[in-house]
Ligand binder design. Structure first.
Ligand SMILES: Nc1nc2c(ncn2[C@@H]2O[C@H](COP(=O)(O)OP(=O)(O)OP(=O)(O)O)[C@@H](O)[C@H]2O)c(=O)[nH]1
Ligand SMILES: [Mg+2]
Length: 413
């Protein structure tokens, strides 16, 4: 297979060179940015290199038997035509690319409802589908790494693992670029140095709130909000009984979760066992009264209703209740098992103001912790507590950025 390389200072120039040489039906096998020295140099001049061949070559590759090894170095093959440079390819273009591949590979098959396919055709179709699957996987892989085109393998592997640990791609790119830019080769190939650097970098991205402190005069009012089943009531119970937190203080509980009978019962049972007075409120007026009634307490904790489908009406209701309580802190309770995009959506939906903190639950239910970093950084809201089990009161602690950073890089080194 005749493979040629085209080097130029811009992608457009490289594409022009390639098209001039191989014609408009040229097929790009790969592209990367390189410095004149051979490796990506963040300070020096970058060049673009395209590896390409002709469509004829690709078609002859397709004609090989399924078991045959593909040539080493062969990458994704995509007809360029008028589609523009490969690195700028957007995910929404995928369906067309896959469709084109499918059309090309099934062109030789004649299967209709009236004409049952023979075993040979089915085998051919299966092998072509396998081929398409490989192409799609290669495409996904290339898109994933196109921001890190010519990293040394050790860093590329770390980059991949950080993404697998759910660290946001933008943050991962920043960290890896800093590592590559500042460290010498002997340093970035040393796992201890890299691990220490990453833990330090990730730690600095995690903002935490000042721990809640009981006031000299009047109660400290804490409210807990969030979608259903994330652990609001359990977390409140942990904080209310754990001696490291408010277990030693004079407390009152308020529940505004009157949507479900079981919800008030849950907190009611807890308040009986823990011997902490509890109020049930149905309106902002009830809320103000309940808070005023317990002004002699050191801490008042407010539980609110969760909803899987929070809508504007429910949020407005929650906001009015919280305004009436005038809490010192609102802990937006989020489960780490929720997808990062849904976490961000919840944060936006709740539109909670200044006093909000993010409280993450269910650390014991996941093996990947990167999402918390993106959510804290993306929202700009500090973390308060983390919970890691169902046991009351022990499975809770203050959020510690260095501990979280260690969890994010765990299993990489
Ligand atoms: N594994 C684990 N389970 C937890 C944790 N925190 C809470 N849970 C469990 O999650 C489930 C829901 O907890 P709740 O405290 O009732 O959640 P909630 O947010 O008050 O739920 P609603 O009031 O229905 O919206 C219970 O089974 C808890 O035991 C945690 O850190 N880890
Ligand atoms: Mg609850």
């Amino acid at each position: 297979m005749k493979v040629k390389k085209y080097l130029a200072s811009t992608m457009k120039e490289a594409l022009d060179k390639m098209k001039k040489d191989l014609g408009p039906e040229a097929v790009i096998l790969g592209s990367r940015k390189i410095s004149r020295g051979g490796l990506l140099d963040f300070l020096g001049k970058e060049m673009v290199e395209i590896t390409a061949t002709t469509e004829e070559n690709v078609l002859s590759r397709k004609a090989r038997s399924p078991g045959e090894q593909k040539p080493t170095g062969s990458r994704l093959s995509v007809t360029v035509g008028d589609q523009g440079p490969v690195p700028e390819r957007r995910p929404e273009q995928f369906p067309k690319l896959v469709h084109d591949k499918l059309a090309a590979s099934t062109a030789g098959l004649r299967i209709s409802a009236a004409n049952k396919p023979d075993a040979g055709s089915v085998r051919l179709l299966q092998s072509e589908l396998r081929d398409i699957k490989n192409v799609v996987e290669e495409m996904a892989e290339q898109i994933r790494y196109q921001r890190m085109p010519s990293l040394p393998p050790s860093l590329k592997e770390i980059y991949k693992q950080l993404l697998e640990n759910e660290l946001d791609e933008g943050i991962t790119v920043e960290l890896i670029q800093q590592l590559y830019g500042r460290f010498s080769e002997s340093e970035y190939t040393s796992p201890e140095r890299v691990e220490k650097y990453l833990i330090g970098g990730i730690t600095s991205l995690i903002k935490v709130a000042q721990p809640s402190a009981v006031r000299e005069k009047g109660p400290l009012v804490l409210a807990f909000a969030g979608t259903s089943g994330v652990g609001k009531t359990t977390t409140l119970a942990k904080l209310a009984t754990n001696k490291k937190f408010f277990g030693k203080n004079k407390l009152a509980l308020i529940t505004a979760d009157t949507y479900r009978v079981a919800a008030t019962q849950q907190l009611g049972t807890f308040s009986e066992i823990a011997e902490i007075p509890m109020e049930i409120v149905h309106s902002p007026r009830d809320m103000s009264r309940a808070v005023a009634k317990h002004k002699d307490k050191e801490v008042i904790m407010i539980d609110t209703a969760g909803g899987s489908q929070f809508n504007d009406r429910l949020i407005a209701e929650l906001t009015r209740l919280l305004e009436a309580a005038s809490p010192d802190e609102v802990h937006l309770v989020l489960s780490i098992t929720t997808k990062p995009r849904d976490l961000m959506r919840t944060i936006k939906l709740f539109k909670l103001e200044q006093k909000v903190r993010l409280l993450f639950t269910k650390f014991d239910e996941t093996l990947t912790f990167g999402s918390i970093v993106s959510v804290v950084r993306g929202s700009g809201i500090p973390l308060s507590y983390l919970t890691f089990g169902q046991e009351v009161p022990e499975d809770i602690e203050l959020a510690d950025p260095a501990k979280i950073a260690k969890l994010v890089v765990k299993n990489i080194f």
